[in-house]
Design a protein around this ligand. Structure first.
Ligand code: GLC
Length: 418
């Protein structure tokens, strides 16, 4: 009898089209403004759809974030329904994601930069939807450049070193801890991004090229690393070899650095009420080492855990979060760079982020890390690269020896094929 009533109730619900509300857990990244903006967006979806959401907080660094996710997915856990995936992860965790290729309408996909949609494909599957994109930028203090007689941002790394030194020497007379240039010097994924920019901008390639060939052992790559090592303890503090994005931003935003390499998110925070330098920040392409300026392509994407219990609702949340309405809010509130192309012409978005227009070339030409070429071995490649770069930055090796050794190590990681 009981069974009969349950069946009738279910049939009635199905016939009326009513779907019972579910709770979706979404990975909203590390604590901070980004987490809060993600949470607010997910809550807007919950309100619209009649469901509920639980935001899930992760560690700060992309590497630690990946480590936790890999553990959860290896155990086939369905606890987190929607994951955010770094642009380099489709090959690393894509097999655990729902294939969205038949679930997301073509018209939705057509709104986004094609290259980013392509980066979200792995093994014939669309494993995530573009959420925001990233590219390395040079932040500088407009007031200090003016004070020391400079009319524009440095175009070359040599110019940056000269300018940073002059400003640092001048400012240290009153602020002992003032420094010329901060960047991501700790051995982790962020250093891979910074060092790829140095090497590419010296004409030294991309570690592994798109055909899978290991290209890192070349004089330009070595020169780029030696140049970066020359900054440590001259225009950058010794501690730079332990900095991630947030350490660099903390120093720059408190007014204690002339230049910083960081992603676009630091723009909005730099204009915020906790910032000592609001209204004094300039943005420019990163300098060139002779091979042309280069910015590493970063960014985050949303994928649906295939072990989750509420796949349809999760897909709906992903569609909403990655859609134009939500990406617009995220660009305005957090300078998270849209992947929806039309937002680069949106007046409200541009009013808050004028650099979206002036630096559009930087974003469209951003250089991908070799994750597509090295597939499931990318993480090992990046770690070996980070360790090699770190050995040069900390004075344990010279550039030429480090890239030679790295090429041999990567050949072992590659084996017969990636
Ligand atoms: C940013 C980028 C991401 C990169 C990470 C490195 O979050 O968007 O792609 O891997 O920084 O720290």
């Amino acid at each position: 009898m009981k069974q009969f009533f349950i069946t009738c109730a279910l049939t009635a619900a199905a016939m009326s089209g009513a779907v019972s509300a579910v709770n979706i857990t979404i990975d909203c990244g590390p604590a901070g403004v980004g987490f809060n903006i993600c949470k607010a967006g997910a809550e807007r979806w919950a309100k619209k759809s009649g469901n509920t959401v639980t935001p899930y907080e992760t560690p700060n660094s992309s590497n630690d974030h990946l480590g936790i996710i890999q553990q959860q997915l290896a155990a086939k856990s369905g606890d987190i329904d929607v994951y955010q995936l770094d642009i380099i992860w489709p090959g690393l965790i894509g097999q655990h994601m729902v294939d969205l290729s038949t679930k997301i309408p073509a018209a939705d996909l057509a709104l986004h930069f094609k290259g980013i949609v392509e980066a979200d494909r792995f093994d014939g599957k669309l494993v995530a939807m573009p959420w925001f994109t990233d590219a390395g930028l040079l932040y500088y203090r407009t007031d200090l450049l003016k004070k020391y007689g400079y009319s524009k941002a440095p175009a070359t790394w040599a110019e940056l070193a000269t300018m940073a030194k002059k400003i640092q020497d001048g400012e240290q007379k009153t602020t002992k801890s003032f420094t010329g240039f901060v960047f991501q010097g700790k051995s982790y994924e962020g250093l891979t991004c910074d060092a790829l920019e140095w090497i590419k901008s010296f004409g030294g390639g991309t570690i592994v090229d798109s055909s899978g060939k290991i290209t890192i052992n070349n004089p330009q790559a070595a020169k780029a690393l030696d140049t970066a090592a020359s900054w440590v303890k001259t225009i950058s503090p010794a501690g730079v070899t332990t900095y991630q994005e947030e350490e660099a931003r903390g120093i720059f935003q408190s007014g204690n650095a002339a230049f910083m390499r960081n992603w676009p998110y630091a723009w909005s925070l730099g204009q915020g009420k906790d910032s000592k330098i609001a209204g004094k920040i300039g943005l420019a392409p990163l300098p060139s080492g002779g091979g042309g300026a280069a910015a590493t392509l970063g960014g985050w994407n949303l994928g649906v855990n295939k072990y989750g219990k509420n796949i349809d609702a999760s897909i709906d949340l992903v569609r909403y979060m990655t859609g134009p309405e939500e990406q617009k809010i995220r660009a305005i509130e957090g300078s998270f760079q849209p992947t929806v192309m039309s937002l680069y012409k949106d007046k409200d978005v541009l009013a808050k982020n004028p650099f979206y227009a002036s630096l559009l070339d930087v974003f469209t030409a951003a250089v991908p890390r070799p994750s597509a070429a090295t597939k499931t071995k990318y993480n090992q490649v990046s770690q070996d690269f980070g360790n090699a770069v770190s050995s040069v930055l900390t004075g344990r090796a010279k550039g030429a020896d480090a890239v030679k050794q790295l090429a041999a190590d990567l050949a072992r990681v590659k084996g017969a094929a990636w």
